[in-house]
Design a protein around this ligand. Structure first.
Ligand code: FPP
Length: 244
């Protein structure tokens, strides 16, 4: 992953945290008579470009939905192709770490992934902790409801062990039990691919996020589309439940 220096358009604020559902890879491939895996491959390149751009414009957190708890239902061939892409990507992350200076984090139940992927993810997260620029969060075998249940179980366990009492649970404390502990909530969630749903993505964290939907399929999604989403976000009137 090569990060070129890019001019930062100084005329607009950039959110601190943007989250993206990278949707539409399969349709992108089908439209071209290619296997779905080909769409994921180009989708991985689209991610690379967006991560580069995010770093250039000073975004602090970029969270991407890479593989959901429901994606195991896909054919073995497709699941393996996505896992292969991830392994390749993680090897590159480890190789180019010092050059790219990106912090990596993984949200999700990694235990179902291959031991090699788990080890590479552990290394990538551990070794990139020292960088202070952009943080990329990969949601891998991730589901929003599963994340909330996991947090509730952790808190309940601590209560049973006498470490805390149920009344002590606050929203802030619950946030700290999520995979995203310490990461500010996303201000903007982008979903390319034309579907108008959240698909179990960051359910807890996106309570007050602004959503941006576009028909552009993820492999075609580029910096111009990200700028359009940021412009739309900047035009929104965020009230957090307050008066108009
Ligand atoms: C959704 O499109 C996409 C996925 C389930 C996989 C996302 C994975 C990648 C972009 C590749 C790996 C990424 C990296 C960063 C190495 P879809 O298949 O549901 O598309 P469709 O709705 O058109 O079928």
């Amino acid at each position: 992953m090569l990060f070129r220096k890019q001019k930062t358009p100084a005329d607009r604020p950039v959110p601190t945290h943007i989250a993206i559902v990278m949707d539409g890879n399969g349709r992108w491939a089908r439209k071209r008579g290619m296997p779905r895996q080909a769409g994921h491959k180009v989708g991985a390149e689209a991610f690379r470009t967006i991560a580069n751009y995010a770093k250039a414009i000073g975004l602090k957190y970029l969270t991407v939905y890479t593989f959901s708890t429901e994606n195991w239902k896909r054919s073995e061939e497709e699941v393996n192709a996505i896992m292969d892409l991830l392994e390749k990507y993680l090897r590159e992350i480890l190789r180019d770490m010092d050059k790219n200076q990106v912090r990596f984090c993984f949200f999700g139940d990694m235990s179902r992934l291959s031991p090699q992927l788990q080890e590479e993810a552990r290394l990538a997260a551990g070794e990139s902790k020292k960088y202070s620029g952009v943080q990329v969060n990969f949601c891998l075998n991730y589901g929003g409801r599963a994340e909330i249940v996991r947090a509730a179980q952790k808190f309940a366990r601590d209560c049973v062990e006498g470490k805390c009492r149920p009344e002590e649970l606050t929203q802030e404390r619950f946030s700290d039990l999520m995979y995203s502990a310490g990461v500010p909530d996303p201000e903007l969630v982008i979903r390319p691919g034309g579907e108008l749903r959240t698909s179990n993505f960051l359910l807890w964290q996106s309570a007050y996020a602004e959503y941006y939907f576009t028909d552009v399929l993820w492999p075609d999604f580029g910096p111009k589309d990200l700028e359009k989403a940021i412009a739309a976000y900047n035009g929104r009137n965020r009230r957090f439940g307050g008066a108009k």
